[in-house]
Design a protein around this ligand. Structure first.
Ligand SMILES: [Zn+2]
Length: 296
């Protein structure tokens, strides 16, 4: 047997293992009582980069902290300039086959809950409902003073009007949607305040150094603890904000399945792991679940 033949056999064997795992996963999901915990890996196929994923894109811009945002006007101005540009990528992103598959599983009554670490709103755009958005949603803007929430699209229009010329320069510099601009350009950016009270505006997302609102955390623990299966989709579980739910599930004897491309820190707690692109695996799972009645 030559090397090519050995490699071919190896590929067939690996494909078989993956198939067996997908079939087992579909069986678990058809049992019902599934709670989904999704992360950045679910949205990479929609063109939103995962800084911790296997694509290995290093985070070039230091993540904004709540402290810097609220206390440092220069940092805030630069953040808004970058965020305004980044919004184009996020705002234009469309749900992929993975998001649609999750929505379909919900429709089939296989899911008892969806918890996401993503701030892109793509679960809902893909047709899912009742999503717990642990880290908020970039499509909403919150006023830190009066607490009012408003659509991001509205602020984007106001920012475009207040910064004529800025968008044109920036789009020429950033064809890949990644946002890096010279500080001089960022410093010329005009930041806007709340239209009703003049207060400080902030995207309605949880920053580094900020805690997830307690009601979202307790709702998530409730869902996880009542689940038959915790299904992690596209998360390397690097941050405790997501990993704690897997730890709790394992402690409560709830089975954990992970579909993720690349390594995950949830490995010691999961009894079923599928390492493959989500947009490929999840539609296949749906097809199998559709073929059997979901238990309730
Ligand atoms: Zn306000």
């Amino acid at each position: 047997m030559d090397g090519v033949e050995l490699e071919r056999q190896d590929q067939v064997a690996r494909g078989q293992v993956a198939q067996d795992r997908v079939a087992e996963l579909a069986g678990w999901i058809a049992d019902g009582g599934v709670v989904v915990l999704s992360g950045a890996g679910l949205s990479t196929e929609s063109g939103i980069p995962d800084y911790r994923g296997p694509s290995g894109i290093a985070r070039r811009v230091t993540p904004m902290t709540y402290q810097a945002f609220t206390r440092d006007p220069v940092a805030r101005r630069r953040y808004w300039a970058r965020s305004h540009l980044g919004w184009r990528t996020i705002g234009d992103a469309r749900p992929n086959a993975g998001h649609r598959a999750v929505a379909r599983l919900q429709e089939l009554s296989a899911l008892d809950g969806i918890i996401t670490q993503n701030v892109d709103g793509l679960h809902q755009a893909g047709g899912a409902a009742d999503v717990v958005e642990l880290h908020g949603n970039l499509a909403r803007i919150a006023c830190l003073d009066c607490g009012s929430l408003s659509p991001r699209a509205e602020l984007a229009d106001r920012l475009n009007a207040a910064n004529p010329g800025f968008a044109a320069t920036a789009s020429a510099i950033n064809p890949d949607g990644d946002v890096e601009l010279d500080d001089r350009e960022l410093d010329g950016f005009v930041v806007l305040d709340c239209a009703s009270c003049g207060g400080m505006l902030k995207p309605d997302v949880v920053y580094f150094g900020e805690t997830v609102p307690p009601d979202r955390v307790s709702r998530s623990f409730e869902l996880v603890c009542a689940a038959r299966t915790l299904l992690v989709l596209g998360s390397s579980l690097t941050v405790m904000s997501g990993r704690r739910f897997v730890l709790r599930a394992a402690k409560e004897g709830i089975r954990v399945a992970i579909v993720n491309q690349g390594v995950t820190r949830g490995e010691p707690y999961a009894s079923l792991i599928v390492d493959a692109p989500l947009g490929m695996v999840l539609p296949e799972v749906v097809e199998r679940v559709e073929g059997v009645a979901v238990s309730t």
